[in-house]
Design a binder for this molecule. Structure first.
Ligand code: KG4
Ligand code: ZN
Length: 305
C-alpha cells in the first residue's frame, strides 16, 4: 500500500510517499522563512503553499512514476485555516483526478506517530509527550490512531513560549533552535523562573506566566544578567516541568515506555533531562521527523481502514 501524504498545516510544505506505514519511498519538504515578522503570517504561508505544493506533488510523481499511489492522506486539522485549506483543496482535486480514496488526517496524531514509525516494535499502551509550537499534551497512546489526552496546556504551548521569549531578544522565528543554542553557554540555575501548576495529580501545563516572568526579568535586569543565563534558566524551567509531569503520568498510569514528539522534541536539553530518569524506555524521533512533515502523515494513514 503506497500512500501519498500532504502536509500544509502551518509553514512547512511537505509531500511524501510511504509504503505500508513504515517504509519511506520518497519525500520533499520546504520550510518557509517567517523570521522578519517574528511569527507565521497565515496569508503569506498559504500563498507559499499554493506555489510549492503543486510543484512538489508533480515532482514526486515524476520521480516515482513506476509506483502506483493507492491513497492520498492530507492533514485537515488542527492548524492555520488558510494553510490547511490549500492542502485540503489541492489533495481532494488530486485524489479525484487519479481516482483514489482520500483520508483526512489529524496533525497531532501525525506528530505522535513519528517515534512509532521509527520503532515499529514499540509497546502499547505508552505515554507520549507532544510538544510543538501550537500544542503541549501528554497522551496515552493505545494504537497509532487511538489516543487519550491525559494533560494539556491551559494557555501557551511550550514551543510558543520559546518563540515568544526569542522575540523579546529579537532572535527571529522559530525561536526554539536559536534559544537552545544560546542557552548552551548560560547558567540554567542562575534564575529560578516559576514552574506553574507544579502539584501532584495535576497533569496540565501553563506557560504564559513563565513568559511574563521572563519579560519582567529582562526589563529589570538586562544590564546585569547575561542573555545566555536568562535563556538557559528559561529553557530549564520549561524542560523541568515537561519532564517531571511526563514522568509523573507514566508512573501513575504504570507505563514504562515514553515517546516524545513535535518540534520541541528536537531540544537537546529536553532529551538529556529525560535520561536522568533511567527506569523508563524512551523513543525520540530523529530531528527531521520532530517538526512538521508529510512522512508521518503518509505513514500514519496506513493504519486507517
Ligand atoms: O511541530 P512543529 O514543527 O510545528 C507545530 O506544529 O507547531 O513545532 C515548531 C515549534 C516552534 O515553536 C519552534 O520554536 C520549536 O518547535 N522548536 C524548538 C526547537 N526546535 C524547534 N523548541 C525548543 N528547542 C528546539 N531545539
Ligand atoms: Zn506540528
Amino acid at each position: 500500500m503506497n500512500i501519498l501524504g500532504i502536509e500544509t498545516s502551518c509553514d512547512d510544505t511537505g509531500v511524501a510517499i510511504v509504503k505500508d506505514g513504515f517504509h519511506i519511498v520518497d519525500s520533499l519538504l520546504s520550510s518557509q522563512d517567517h523570521s522578519i515578522t517574528g511569527g507565521v503570517v497565515p496569508d503569506i504561508a498559504s500563498r507559499k503553499h499554493m506555489e510549492v505544493l503543486p510543484l512538489f506533488t508533480c515532482e514526486i510523481i515524476r520521480r516515482n512514476k513506476d509506483i502506483k499511489i493507492d491513497k492520498v492522506a492530507v492533514v485537515v486539522n488542527p492548524g492555520l485555516i488558510p494553510s490547511l485549506l490549500v492542502g485540503a483543496s489541492f489533495s481532494y482535486g488530486f485524489a479525484t483526478g487519479i481516482k483514489v480514496p482520500i483520508i483526512n488526517m489529524n496533525h497531532l496524531l501525525s506528530h505522535i506517530y513519528a517515534p512509532q514509525m521509527q520503532n515499529p516494535s514499540i509497546k502499547y499502551p505508552h505515554i507520549s509527550l507532544l510538544v510543538s509550537g501550537g500544542h503541549t499534551q501528554i497522551v496515552k497512546v493505545l494504537s497509532p490512531i487511538k489516543t487519550e489526552i491525559i494533560g494539556t496546556t491551559l494557555d501557551d504551548a511550550a514551543g510558543e513560549a520559546f518563540d515568544k521569549v526569542a522575540r523579546m531578544f529579537n532572535l527571529g522565528y522559530p525561536g526554539g533552535p536559536v534559544v537552545s543554542r544560546i542557552a548552551e553557554n548560560g547558567d540554567e540555575n542562575r534564575i529560578n523562573f516559576p514552574r506553574a501548576m507544579d502539584k501532584k495529580n495535576n497533569y496540565n501545563f501553563s506557560f504564559s506566566g513563565l513568559k511574563t516572568s521572563v519579560l519582567y526579568f529582562i526589563k529589570e535586569n538586562k544590564d546585569n544578567v547575561s542573555k545566555e543565563d536568562i535563556l538557559a534558566s528559561f529553557q530549564y524551567a520549561v524542560v523541568d516541568i515537561l519532564v517531571r509531569k511526563t514522568i509523573m503520568v507514566a508512573r501513575d498510569l504504570h507505563c514504562n515506555t515514553i515517546t516524545i514528539s513535535g518540534g520541541v522534541a528536537a531540544n537537546k536539553r529536553l532529551r538529556e533531562e529525560f535520561l536522568k530518569y533511567n527506569d523508563f524506555e524512551y523513543y525520540f524521533p530523529t530531528i527531521d521527523l520532530c517538526s512538521d512533515n508529510a512522512i508521518t502523515v503518509a505513514g500514519l494513514a496506513y493504519h486507517y481502514e
